[in-house]
Design a protein around this ligand. Structure first.
Ligand SMILES: C[S@@+](CC[C@H](N)C(=O)[O-])C[C@H]1O[C@@H](n2cnc3c(N)ncnc32)[C@H](O)[C@@H]1O
Length: 226
């Protein structure tokens, strides 16, 4: 019931006196980075489309969105919603070489074998095609480690840091849930880009935590002749 007598007795909510819960990332997200900034008519793949937000934004701009998703339930629900999607992994995209104008990949590569996923993005892009990708920087894990009172999230962050160190040394993730996420660095990503013929054309600024990037936003272009 709105406007009941007791609501008038409740104290007014304090403004700006309570720190936001640490799992709230909204102030760290770069809202001015447009994942859907592709010319109308472009054939654009959303890798790990989740609930299809980017695909709908692409369609609204006149693009022709396609999506792949690893989670079977999300893949089914995307298809049920009328999106052109299938179940697949970013590490093995079911598309021919150089068949797409663009790729969107928002917070997915950290859950995969990052080198293989980046190479797959490069393979399916046509020369001159672009990908708009976001990653987690180490600032994401540091925030959990340093200010989150929840020990489960601290362990998750520690696991991410250890798993990333192992991945860098061996090229493999730890088994099972131990290896579920990685953080990325622009330096390491640049190595993958060079190896598969991608060129970094925009590094969008991200807010930092403890001096380290929380999210990383890259726009990359497929070089001709690769
Ligand atoms: C953090 S969510 C992001 C979803 C969506 N991109 C968005 O921004 O709303 C990560 C998504 O990646 C998917 N995913 C995880 N591993 C994947 C893989 N190997 N290939 C494709 N998608 C994957 C998950 O199922 C999940 O939907």
């Amino acid at each position: 019931m709105v406007g009941s007598w007791w609501s008038a007795l409740r104290p007014a909510p304090a403004i700006n006196t309570v720190a936001p819960p640490v799992e709230d990332w909204s102030t760290f997200v770069a809202r001015d980075y447009a994942f859907d900034a592709f010319p109308s008519g472009s054939r654009v793949l959303d890798v790990g489309f989740g609930r299809g937000m980017q695909m709908r934004a692409l369609a609204a701009r006149g693009c022709r969105p396609l999506g792949i998703e690893y989670d079977p339930a999300l893949a089914v629900s995307g298809a049920r919603d009328g999106l052109t999607v299938c179940r697949a992994s970013s590490e093995q995209l079911p598309f021919a070489d150089a068949s797409l104008d663009g790729v969107v990949c928002k917070v997915v590569i950290l859950l995969t074998d990052e080198a293989r996923s980046v190479a797959e993005v490069a393979r399916v892009l046509r020369p001159g095609g672009t990908a708009r990708i976001s990653y987690h920087g180490i600032g994401y894990s540091l925030r959990y480690l340093m200010v989150d009172p929840n020990w489960k999230r601290k362990i998750y962050a520690l696991r991410t840091i250890v798993n990333t160190a192992v991945y860098r040394l061996t090229g493999r993730r730890l088994p099972g849930f131990l290896g579920d996420t990685l953080f990325q660095t622009t330096r390491r990503l640049q190595r993958y880009y060079r190896a598969c013929g991608l060129e970094l054309i925009e590094q969008h600024p991200s807010r930092r935590f403890a001096g380290a990037p929380v999210f990383i936003y890259h726009t990359v272009r497929k070089l001709a002749g690769r």
